[in-house]
Design a binder for this molecule. Structure first.
Ligand code: TXE
Length: 500
């Protein structure tokens, strides 16, 4: 622990040596073709952590070539499913041996709380790999009766070379949400991590090789969206692109897929998820869920509960309790064991959030708490709660992707449903009530990919997540994610002298 920067304590003892900064192509760490590099920044202080190879179109071409070769001629899609599973399980073991270092890399790249990385993000992806490792030898089609003259069956075959483009908010989880099911399916891939958070992805490439994943199966091209990302979405030799990120860029990726080779697309985009709290909900639980729903990972969560609707009977008391808890939520260095919230990922995101806060103030919303940066260095922002907002206020409409909550009051069930659905997004929703009929009615009425009843962030490996409306399509997690990386092929043959 050293003395503070900008008034905050810093904890440098945990910062690891950065071992991997080059592109990972065909099983080797290599410089980019143009020899360019870019800076990755520590959001705790805005200083440069490392310079990382900047991949561009030529590098994506090389990575796709390696992935194509590995798919068309390599062992990965051809070995038995259990053999893929065995290598994936080994990969999971190696992750568990490096938890501390990986959690530290995500802390200095993304500002993630170190202790949460150690307890959740990193161990979780080991279980995710094992979940899909177990599914790798259970991929099968169906036998079709068809007619008296025809007999058929379906095969599930890997879609081929997949391009993954992921964001920075959960560098580790996003990596494996894409890579693990694609590996189980027998696909090969080119992964582009977000430019803000390249470090752990390169470490995972190293561990994949060590685990025995054949060369060319996982390639990692670090670099920017408009260059390396665009080269992936428009590539003629990539069969599918899996994207998580903003709705704006999702649209661009889909357009590029359409105008190149019509590659398959899956999009997990933004959200503005509602949490509806009825009068009969337990106040302590409700305020805890509402608070963590917006503040976990400093609000940089696609499923953050950024619109909280509270029924009028408990509204006043709820508001008071929530504000007390928000004020006790500590912001600071992600290595500090007493801190709940680290810095926003980068300057751009930090400024975006602060400008939304200013917008909220200008629109006439009441600021209940927060609304300012914390300290004078780094990208820390106070937990911020607005009330007296209107449904058409920008802060209620737009995904802010920060620790900024809009708190609203409602009277009737119908009103809550209508207002919750009044959004272009449809990723998740939460409902808190002891009344099961009410919970069921709301669950069926909200147009979103996941509904959490009396819980929030209840994400498990086998529970698919994804969007309705402009939150995208296709699912991550669960067997639905595995099927996304598999084609269904029907095989039909005549059958002679069938008795039926
Ligand atoms: O996202 P981008 P940004 C939302 C959130 C956030 C906003 C902007 O509201 O404030 O998006 O964040 C790559 N072709 N979400 O600008 O740009 C890029 O390099 C191909 C929600 O960081 O969408 C990165 O790898 N790829 C979200 C990835 O896309 C391109 C998580 C995401 O970056 C590209 C992140 C292009 N033309 C942000 N341009 C969620 N759903 O969780 C960029 N990329």
């Amino acid at each position: 622990q050293s003395n503070g920067i900008g008034g905050l304590k810093t904890f440098d003892a945990h910062v690891p040596e950065i071992k991997f900064t080059k592109l990972f192509i065909n099983g080797e760490f290599v410089d980019s073709v143009k020899g360019r590099t870019f800076e990755t920044i520590d959001p705790r202080n805005g200083q440069v952590t490392a310079r990382v190879a900047e991949g561009d179109k030529e590098d994506v071409d090389l990575a796709v070539k390696a992935a194509r070769q590995a798919f068309d001629h390599g062992p990965w899609p051809r070995i038995a499913g259990y053999q893929r599973g065995r290598i994936m399980s080994k990969f999971a073991d190696l992750i568990e041996e490096n938890i501390e270092e990986l959690a530290a890399l995500d802390a200095i790249d993304a500002g993630k709380i170190f202790s949460i990385g150690k307890a959740m993000d990193i161990p979780h992806v080991a279980t995710l790999l094992r979940y899909y490792a177990g599914a790798a030898d259970k991929i099968h089609g169906e036998v079709l009766k068809m007619s008296r003259e025809l007999h058929g069956y379906t095969l599930r075959e890997p879609v081929g070379v997949v391009g993954h483009i992921i964001p920075w908010n959960f560098p580790t989880t996003m990596f494996f949400m894409k890579v693990a099911p694609a590996l189980a399916a027998g696909c090969t891939m080119v992964m582009k991590p977000a430019e803000q958070t390249p470090l752990s992805a390169l470490f995972y490439a190293h561990l994949a090789k060590k685990a025995g994943v054949p060369d060319g199966v996982i390639n990692v091209v670090t670099g920017f969206g408009s260059t390396a990302g665009a080269a992936i979405s428009s590539h003629m030799d990539i069969d599918m692109v899996g994207f998580t990120g903003s709705t704006e860029v999702g649209r661009i990726v889909m357009q590029a897929a359409a105008t190149s080779n019509l590659k398959h697309v899956s999009l997990e985009l933004g959200g503005k998820s509602p949490l509806i709290i009825f009068d009969d909900a337990d106040l302590d639980t409700a305020t805890d869920l509402a608070l963590t729903g917006i503040l976990f990972n400093k609000g940089e969560v696609c499923v953050a509960g950024s619109r909280v609707y509270v029924q009028e009977g408990i509204y006043e008391e709820f508001e008071k309790k929530l504000v007390v808890k928000a004020k006790a939520w500590s912001v600071g260095d992600p290595f500090d064991p007493n801190v709940h919230q680290g810095p926003q990922v980068d300057k751009k995101q930090f400024e975006k959030i602060l400008s939304y806060i200013e917008h909220g103030k200008r629109e006439g919303a009441t600021l209940l708490t927060g609304g300012e940066r914390v300290g004078t260095e780094g990208y820390y922002i106070q937990p911020t709660i607005f009330t007296n907002v209107k449904e058409d206020n920008v802060i209620v409409k737009d995904e802010i992707f920060g620790p900024v909550l809009s708190l609203m009051k409602f009277k009737t069930v119908e009103e809550a449903i209508k207002r919750a659905n009044d959004t272009r997004y449809g990723l998740e929703a939460g409902v808190l009530t002891k009344n099961i009929d009410l919970a069921n009615t709301v669950s069926r009425s909200i147009r979103a990919g996941v509904i959490w009843i009396n819980c929030y962030f209840a994400i498990e490996n086998d529970c698919p997540i994804g969007g309705y409306k402009m939150s995208g399509f296709g699912r991550d997690l669960g067997l639905d994610a595995l099927y996304k990386y598999l084609h269904v092929k029907s095989v039909v043959t005549p059958i002679y002298n069938s008795p039926w």
